[in-house]
Design a protein around this ligand. Structure first.
Ligand code: NAP
Length: 292
C-alpha cells in the first residue's frame, strides 16, 4: 500500500500554518510540525491527530536562529525520510528593531534566513522522493513559501538588507516578503528539472495572531484591521491548494494571490536581484557554519 505523503510545516501552532495542517491532516498527510513552544505544539498535534493525520510529530525550533534551524535540519536528515512538501510559513513583523543572539536583524533572520536555511537543509530529503522512484511525474516534491502582498511595497537596499539605518518594522516586513518572492524565483530556477517545485503566495489578509507580538497600538491597529480580514481557515484552503493540488503539480516559480496565479511586483521579477540576494544569503549562512 502507498504510504501517506509527508509534509514539514513551520508555524504549525497558529493561524495559517495551524489551519493548513488541519486540512492536510484531513487529507491523510503525515505531518512534521515545527513549533517553538512545547505546550502549544503538543496541543496542535493533538488536533491534527484527531483531524485524521495518520502520524504527527513535533519538532521545536527557533527559526530566527540559524544554529537551531541547522540542528533541526540535521535531526530530520538523520531520519532519512523522503519529504513530499516543505511549507515555509512561520513569520512575523517586529515594530522595533531587534537583533538575534547571532547578530541578525530579527525580521531578516526569521522571515528570510529561516526560509533559506531550512530549505537548504531539507532539499536532500525532498530530492529523495524522486531518487526512490516513488513518484514518476516530473515534480515529485514541492516547496511553498508563504510571502505576502506586502512585498509590492518592498525595495531592497543591498548595502543594508538588515536595515541598520532608519528602521521601520513595516518597511522591513515588506522587504522580507519581497525576499520570499525573490528567493522562490531563484530557487525554482536552480531546481528546474530536479523534480522539486518552488512556489510562493500571498495568503490573504488574515485574522490570525499576526502582529500580536508588538506594542499595544500595533495590536490595536491590527485588531481593528482584522475586522476586515479573511479567516485563517479560508486562507489555509488557498495555501493547501498551492501546496498539494494535482492541477499545480507541474507549476514552479509562480506567485499566487490566494489560489489564483498573479504577477508579483517588478522588483520581485528581477532575476539579477534574486541571484544577488541568494549569493549574499548563502555567504551569510556559510559564514555562520564556518564560525562554529
Ligand atoms: N496574517 C496576515 O494577514 C498575513 C498576510 C500576509 C502574509 N502573512 C504571512 O503568513 C505567515 C503566517 O502568519 P500568520 O498570519 O498565521 O501569523 P501567526 O498566527 O502569528 O502565526 C505565526 C506562526 O509562526 C510561528 N513563529 C513565529 N516566530 C517564530 C520563531 N522565531 N521560530 C519558530 N516559529 C515562529 C508562531 O509560533 P507561536 O505560535 O509559538 O507564536 C506561529 O506558529 C507569515 O509568514 C506571515 O508573514 C500573514
Amino acid at each position: 500500500m502507498k504510504e501517506a505523503p509527508i509534509a514539514v510545516i513551520t508555524g504549525a501552532t497558529s493561524g495559517i500554518g495551524f489551519e493548513t495542517c488541519r486540512l492536510l491532516a484531513r487529507a491523510g498527510w503525515r505531518l512534521r510540525c515545527i513549533g517553538r513552544d512545547a505546550r502549544k505544539a503538543a496541543a496542535a498535534a493533538a488536533v491534527f491527530r484527531s483531524s485524521g493525520s495518520p502520524q504527527v510529530e513535533v519538532f521545536l525550533c527557533d527559526l530566527a536562529s540559524l544554529a537551531a534551524t541547522r540542528q533541526l535540519g540535521s535531526e530530520l536528515a538523520a531520519r532519512g525520510e523522503p519529504l513530499d512538501l516543505l511549507l515555509n510559513n512561520a513569520g512575523a513583523l517586529f515594530h522595533r528593531r531587534e537583533v538575534t543572539a547571532e547578530g541578525f536583524e530579527r525580521t531578516f533572520a526569521l522571515n528570510h534566513l529561516g526560509y533559506f536555511a531550512l530549505t537548504s537543509e531539507l532539499l536532500p530529503l525532498l530530492q529523495l522522493k524522486r531518487s526512490s522512484g516513488e513518484v514518476p511525474a516530473a515534480v515529485s516534491a514541492r516547496i511553498v513559501n508563504v510571502a505576502s502582498a506586502a512585498h509590492y511595497g518592498g525595495a531592497l537596499d543591498f548595502d543594508d538588507l538588515q536595515m541598520t539605518h532608519n528602521y521601520s518594522g513595516w518597511r522591513q516586513y515588506q522587504n522580507s516578503k519581497l525576499m520570499n518572492v525573490l528567493f522562490t524565483r531563484e530557487l525554482a530556477r536552480q531546481l528546474a528539472g530536479s523534480g522539486i517545485s518552488a512556489n510562493c503566495l500571498h495568503p490573504g489578509f488574515v485574522a490570525s495572531r499576526f502582529g500580536s507580538n508588538n506594542v499595544w497600538w500595533w495590536k490595536a491597529l491590527f485588531g481593528f484591521a482584522k475586522l476586515f480580514a479573511i479567516s485563517p481557515q479560508k486562507s489555509a484552503r488557498a495555501v493547501a491548494h498551492v501546496a498539494i493540488s494535482a492541477s499545480l503539480a507541474q507549476t514552479s516559480g509562480a506567485y499566487f494571490n490566494l489560489d489564483q496565479r498573479a504577477t508579483p511586483s517588478l522588483a520581485a521579477q528581477d532575476d539579477s536581484a534574486a541571484q544577488r540576494l541568494w549569493r549574499i544569503t548563502d555567504d551569510l549562512v556559510k559564514s555562520m557554519s564556518d564560525s562554529k
